[in-house]
Design a protein. Structure first.
Length: 131
């Protein structure tokens, strides 16, 4: 799934990669994800900072789907232990990570590039969550 995300080069491959990512980390039909989502976040960050339009769109679409459309942890996968043995709430960690993307997303909207609309959509979702 990550290979497809990095290799995306048009609308079709972008959509397919986003779908593959949703299935790789959860159950797309049920709108759920597993704790492995947290392990994918550094790769999504890399995709968004790559400067490449299509891989960045994959990451933005994927994050928008999980954040905005209220995906939630699969039953039994709401918490995971970190390397220190501390319990981490997967949903809280994911949502905090997305909120921390705000400066990067704002930069994307200010550049008025092809990514502006997708970045603004995610900013709007972040803002709605805060209301």
């Amino acid at each position: 799934a990550l290979h497809c995300a990095y290799a995306a080069n048009d609308d079709k491959s972008c959509g397919a990669a986003s779908t593959r990512l949703r299935w790789a980390v959860g159950n797309d039909h049920r709108g759920t994800y597993y704790s492995v989502l947290l392990e994918v976040l550094p790769f999504l960050d890399d995709l968004m900072r790559s400067g490449r339009e299509w891989p960045t769109k994959v990451a933005l679409y994927f994050l928008s789907d999980l954040f905005y459309f209220s995906f939630e942890p699969e039953y039994g996968y709401a918490e995971v232990k970190n390397t220190d043995g501390c319990c981490i709430n997967v949903e809280s960690e994911f949502r905090a990570w997305v909120r921390n993307l705000r400066p990067l997303l704002t930069d994307m909207t200010q550049r008025h590039c092809e990514l502006s609309d997708a970045a603004q959509g995610l900013i709007n979702a972040i803002d709605e969550e805060g209301d």
